[in-house]
Design a protein around this ligand. Structure first.
Ligand code: GLU
Length: 424
């Protein structure tokens, strides 16, 4: 008999509550009317499906697939698909809303969505992951679409998963539909520069933050939590600009070297070590929590939600926090961080490089044309820099943190657009 996979209970602050707290603060400052407030806070649609998948041993397991469309006010909804044991409806709802605000902050014509399946891809074979992704796509055929809802990679998924999604969707529709998903392999219509885009946006945000605080990159130090796609690319690009990366981490632990870690060496080590830093000898192993409280100039949380909380925010010594992950700081930590005068480039700004290049990929697919990597980088860098400036100026104008300023910029844009589109 097929048994529904139980969603694991994870002890963390609720990301949906954290998102709503910031949303409420910004809505109040903007003087948002009650009707618009209610429209913007409610997810437009929430899909929950059961996905029976035949595992390699012949057993059928049923996974729960979620897709939340938070908003389509600015355009078709956009957002990644997460394969992770911690996936649950509240988390996906928060992540979907963050996509709405993120697209609005960087001014790209998309609404926000997010999808996920509670599963552990590390414990599954590639064939099992492929069948799960194809089953998920099949059940979302009426949800996805190049003008409806456009998925992308997130934690636990990458270009290969997007290729399966694109293929499954195209087969069902009886034609090749490149623009239904972004983050695809290059040969399948993916964009040059997409893989490193989120990490690159983190680097561009760091450089902008350093300019504001008059920190010279060549004399600066940094700690990066998470060494997946975002963390490893951010670390590499920061190192290329002269920043000394003193610590990196992944699920196996944190690795510290006071004279700086050679990031290329760490990336090559991870690639030859089944994807983890376990046993990395170029640095000393330290507890994961210690990385967050190191005396560095820049802290880049690029792993997951709620790692900087009311419990550890007091101990943070970095001068700036550049959020590579979505929701790494809980709302409870915000006031502590603000009191300490730490400059935070919030997630919906700092990690928006990924969705920005996703937008470029979608544009290229629709044009049937390919941009050079240089063009992608230049255009993305400009969008992140300009958005940083806008958020920074808003924070000065309203005397609020960069985070609340980013929500103000985003909510203002969506609210104004909604006024023109109207309801029924
Ligand atoms: N999952 C990424 C994010 O959280 C990318 C989303 C996209 O490219 O649509 O921003």
């Amino acid at each position: 008999m097929a048994i529904l996979e139980p969603a694991p209970i994870i002890d963390k602050e609720n990301p949906l509550e954290s998102m709503m707290e910031r949303f409420n603060s910004a809505a109040e400052i903007l003087g948002l009317d009650a009707q618009t407030y209610n429209v913007l806070k409610s997810p437009a649609r929430q899909h929950i499906v059961s996905l029976p998948v035949t595992m390699d041993n012949g057993e059928v397991r049923v996974f729960e697939g979620i897709r939340v469309i938070h908003s389509t006010i600015l355009g078709p909804s956009k957002g990644g698909i997460r394969f992770d044991p911690g996936v649950n409806l509240d988390e996906v709802r928060a992540l979907a809303a963050w996509m709405t605000w993120k697209c609005a902050v960087v001014d790209i014509p998309y609404g926000g969505a997010k999808g996920g399946v509670a599963c552990d891809p590390r414990q599954m074979s590639r064939g099992e992951v492929e069948r799960l992704m194809r089953a998920y796509t099949r059940s979302m055929l009426d949800v996805f679409g190049p003008d409806r809802d456009i998925p992308a990679p997130d934690m636990g998924t990458g270009p290969e998963e997007m290729a399966w999604l694109m293929d499954a969707y195209s087969r069902a529709k009886g034609m090749t539909v490149h623009a239904v998903v972004t983050g695809k392999p290059i040969v399948l219509g993916g964009s040059l520069g997409r893989v490193e885009a989120t990490g690159r946006g983190v680097m561009v945000s760091t450089m902008a933050a350093m300019e504001k605080l008059k920190v010279n990159p060549i004399q600066a130090t940094c700690a990066v939590q998470g060494f997946g796609n975002v963390g490893s690319n951010a670390a590499k690009l920061l190192e290329e600009r002269g920043v000394k990366v003193l610590a990196i981490s992944d699920i196996t632990g944190a690795y510290y070297n006071e004279s700086g870690i050679d990031i290329q060496k760490a990336i090559s080590y991870k690639e030859g070590n089944r994807g983890t830093l376990d046993g990395f000898k170029e640095a000393t192993k330290i507890p994961n929590e210690e990385l967050l409280t190191l005396p560095v100039d820049v802290l880049v949380p690029a792993a997951m939600e709620d790692v900087i909380t009311g419990k550890n925010a007091h101990q943070i010594k970095a001068r700036m926090i550049i959020e590579g992950a979505n929701g790494p700081t809980s709302a409870k930590a915000d006031s502590i961080i603000n009191e300490k005068g730490i400059l935070v480039a919030p997630d919906i700004l700092a990690n928006a490089g990924g969705v920005t290049v996703s937008y470029f990929e979608w544009v290229q697919n629709r044009l049937g044309y390919k941009w050079s990597k240089d063009r992608v980088h230049r255009r993305m860098d400009k969008i992140i820099r300009d958005s940083f400036e806008k958020v920074y100026r808003t924070s000065i104008e309203h005397k609020v943190s960069m985070r609340i300023a980013a929500y103000i910029v985003a909510i203002d844009k969506v609210a104004k657009t909604f006024k023109f589109r109207g309801g029924y």
